[in-house]
Design a protein around this ligand. Structure first.
Ligand SMILES: [Zn+2]
Length: 437
């Protein structure tokens, strides 16, 4: 009997203990925010640059390096309270359109700051090494290199303010529910689903979804600013830095593109895929000695990479940096340094070629014209047009081989010119086009 009573008492004790634990858990879930429960800090690691720190740094560099550094605001943000800052590192001054241009940008998704830090690392090296180190000096003297550390400035400020769910806050601050307040995940648009590419095929996931594409294509002013900036600069390379969440693979460079249904590669695959391969072989992951992968991007999503490639044919890469959004401690800097190390390959390639370059002018007046350049062997009427810049200059990346080049403008076509590419070099081919009759 005594034995049975003891057994009964211990059962009651166990039940009370379980009850106590349940109540404790309930209190925890009410008082603690999700990230505290999972041991995530209250804010990003201080090694990540805030937007104000970037603005301060750019202002200092403007005064310290006036000959090679120029920052400017390229457009407003959705909130109307901020502007998107960009900076060019180049010794070319006002003659920018005579050199190949590269654009590196990060944080279309405001919780993906590894690319932002990689950009600051690249800029620091170029500025500090100019005049002392031939490798970086040749880039400053031969190229125009544009950097946009944060595209989604409004979202970035929210994430860095440590709002509830900051770890996953990737969207803009569009007031989807029109209550005049910031309503967390009920608000905001995913900037990298807001581009007008196969828009209707991408499902409307609803405003509260983290990948909400917005009410219509280019509904977000940030997307419009980026589109117009890219078209204006007409770069040889465009890099869009991201970091992966749960679904996306990490440590990957995506090149454009492969058809999702047929599995057919885009017309530029013979040129762009090997560049992506060289880029990944030069880029270490956060885990020592492991190289990144390259993958073909599908041609379906309404994202920047697809829109830009479809409408210009430009060589645009999307890099998923590391294996998660946020890091803590010294790895924040290690990752930025490794991404910078790898990314300088694109500057090397822009300087060395191989490819074809030249200028197109009108035959009577000699004025430069923004003609379309076609490489017959790499031509798909669905991609492009691939235009000269406002100085009539063009650069087309190629691999070794024989090519036929023509310039097209205003219904006129130039005589075709044959070129042979062997080794790393830029072959110069200029065109004159008759004015339209
Ligand atoms: Zn992203």
């Amino acid at each position: 009997m005594q034995h049975v009573t003891n057994k009964f008492k211990s059962k009651i004790k166990a039940a009370r203990l379980i009850q106590f634990l349940i109540v404790l858990l309930m209190i925890q879930s009410i008082s603690c925010t999700p990230w505290q429960r999972h041991g995530v800090p209250e804010k990003p690691d201080p090694r990540y640059f805030t937007y104000d720190q970037i603005l301060d740094q750019f202002a200092r560099w403007d005064s310290e390096y006036p000959g090679i550094f120029q920052s400017e605001f390229i457009g407003p943000t959705g909130s109307g309270r901020d502007s998107i800052v960009a900076a060019c590192i180049s010794s070319s001054g006002s003659r920018q359109n005579k050199r190949p241009t590269l654009i590196f940008h990060a944080a279309q998704h405001s919780n993906e700051s590894n690319g932002t830090n990689a950009i600051i690392e690249m800029m620091t090296r170029l500025l500090f090494s100019y005049g002392h180190d031939d490798y970086y000096t040749s880039m400053v003297e031969g190229l125009n290199i544009w950097f946009i550390p944060v595209v989604n400035v409004d979202g970035h400020r929210k994430a860095f303010a440590g709002i509830d769910g900051w770890v996953d806050w990737r969207k803009t601050l569009r007031d989807n529910d029109r209550n005049g307040l910031f309503s967390g995940f009920a608000d905001g648009v995913d900037l990298n689903r807001n581009w007008d590419h196969r828009w209707h095929e991408y499902p409307d996931k609803g405003p509260e979804h983290s990948m909400y594409k917005g009410p219509h294509p280019f509904s977000e002013v940030e997307t419009v600013v980026m589109r117009d900036f890219i078209l204006r600069k007409n770069p040889l390379f465009l890099m869009d830095y991201h970091s992966p969440g749960v679904v996306t693979p990490g440590n990957v460079v995506f090149w454009p593109w492969v058809d999702k249904e047929t599995g057919t590669s885009g017309v530029d695959a013979p040129v762009y895929a090997p560049i992506a391969q060289a880029l990944v072989e030069r880029t270490l992951t956060e885990v020592d000695s492991v190289f990144m992968k390259r993958m073909a991007s599908y041609n379906t999503l309404p994202k920047e990479q697809c829109w830009v490639y479809a409408n210009t044919g430009l060589c645009v890469f999307l890099m998923e940096i590391s294996s998660k959004f946020w890091w803590e401690g010294p790895l924040v800097n290690t990752i930025a340094e490794r991404i910078a190390d790898g990314s300088f390959y694109l500057m090397e390639r822009a300087l060395s070629g191989p490819g074809v370059t030249g200028q197109v002018t009108e035959s009577l007046t000699g004025r430069p014209i923004e003609a379309e350049i076609r490489v017959t062997e790499i031509h798909d009427p669905e991609i492009g047009p691939r235009l000269c810049n406002d100085a009539g200059m063009y650069w087309r990346l190629l691999t070794e081989g024989e090519y036929t080049i023509t310039a097209h403008w205003n219904g006129q076509r130039s005589e075709p010119k044959q070129i042979s590419i062997s080794g790393a070099q830029w072959v110069t081919v200029d065109f004159e086009i008759e004015p339209a009759r």
